[in-house]
Write a protein that binds this ligand. Structure first.
Ligand SMILES: [Zn+2]
Length: 386
């Protein structure tokens, strides 16, 4: 081996070790905007760094610190002892398995997290940021988002790859506020560390795997509960055509729990919707009245055309809080009867369809390639320098 090749190999090794240790910053308890929180060490040991100075206090397993918003600073107390007020307080794990819990009045029960925590102030509340390895975060997200909907490792693998892809494609989403992802559904739901062995296994079996499109770009892995037998194109929902998010027939979703729905709406309310949006003619003219109580979608129709009006079915879905925009309408006395299919926007992967594909023996790669056109699964280290 030449010196150059040897050096290149060493560089690759260093790069892969660094990739292994990729950390991300996740804001915790985002929706709760806490003003006071109790941080406890569950295992390991934490050093306390207050405004970049190492504090004499060490958080051993089983001990706690109380942090309170205090006029744009963080007040730090250990029991009845006041340690001071600071702009930033960091909890740095110093053992192998560092785990902490957070408790606050606004949270029904404590949450448990791994690795490091920093606490500052944002607006009128505490800003809690968990610095954690990408893989542990992904496992935590999979458990928060889908545990209970399936028990199958292959399904967890799909979710792990999708979650990792989403995270890496959106690392700058909150960068101005000092972190990468929030823990709410705005980014990805993350309620703490993963405790399920099968989810860990799925995460590590897909280590570093992400989904890329035909140009090797990370995709936006949209998903929903059930497609109703036909997925929707992104262009019909988000006004942006995306080659890997196209409508297709999906028989795997047929018959699952959220495959069908029905809803009865008083005709008066139904008519009012069209009158308010598209004019009085829907109240006064027979032709328009007839039209809005007779509508069928043998296949998904993003737009309902009535004479010169173009009515997006997704708007009707949003207004009447329907499970999907894939529905038929008929008249039943003084009511309109809606019979619908699917649950969610219908774009990308159908979770219930994917669960059925797993049951029939398809691999996670085959399933992702069914719901997303012309994509590949690769290691993200092949395309991004982090
Ligand atoms: Zn967010």
């Amino acid at each position: 081996m030449s010196i150059r090749k040897f050096l290149a190999a060493i560089l690759c090794l260093v790069a892969s070790i660094e990739a292994f240790s990729l950390n991300i910053k996740v804001r915790l308890l985002t929706e709760y905007t806490p003003t006071s929180v109790v941080v406890s060490a569950v295992s390991g040991r934490y050093s306390l760094i207050c405004d970049k100075q190492i504090n004499a206090v060490v958080l051993e397993a089983g001990t706690s610190i109380t942090l309170t918003y205090f006029g744009n600073r963080v007040k730090v107390e250990k029991g009845i002892e006041l340690l001071g007020t600071f702009t930033e307080v960091e909890f740095i794990g110093t053992k192998y398995n560092n785990v902490f819990s957070l408790k606050t009045d606004k949270l029904p029960q404590e949450r448990v997290y791994e690795e490091n925590l920093s606490v500052g102030v944002l607006g009128n509340s505490l800003l809690l940021i968990n610095t954690i390895s990408l893989e542990k975060y992904v496992a935590g997200v999979v458990q928060s988002e889908v545990y209970g909907s399936s028990q199958d490792v292959e399904f967890f693998k799909i979710q792990a790859i999708a979650s990792r892809t989403y995270c890496l494609a959106n690392l700058n989403r909150h960068i101005r506020q000092g972190y990468n992802m929030c823990d709410a559904v705005h980014c990805q739901s993350y309620k703490g560390r993963c405790t399920q062995a099968d989810i860990f296994r799925a995460t590590y079996e897909t280590f570093n795997d992400v989904i890329v499109d035909s140009l090797n770009r990370l995709i936006s892995p949209a998903y929903h509960s059930n497609s109703g037998g036909m997925t929707e194109s992104a262009g019909n929902i988000w006004q942006k055509d995306i080659p890997y998010l196209q409508s297709k027939i999906d028989t795997f979703s047929v018959g699952a729990r959220n495959y069908e729905w029905e809803k009865i709406i008083p005709k008066r309310l139904w008519v009012n919707y069209f009158v308010e949006k598209y004019g009085e003619k829907y109240r006064t003219e027979e032709l328009y009245q007839e039209a809005i109580v007779n509508f069928e979608q043998p296949i998904r129709k993003a737009l309902w055309i009535i004479e010169s009006d173009t009515i997006p079915t997704k708007d009707i879905r949003a207004y009447f809080k329907l499970r999907s925009a894939f529905f038929n309408v008929s008249l039943q006395g003084d009511n309109v009867y809606l019979k619908g299919k699917g649950y969610g926007h219908g774009v990308g992967l159908s979770q219930e369809g994917a669960i059925e594909m797993v049951r029939r023996g398809y691999s996670c790669e085959e399933i992702l390639q069914f719901y997303f056109n012309n994509v590949r699964i690769i290691k993200y280290t092949e395309i991004i320098d982090l």
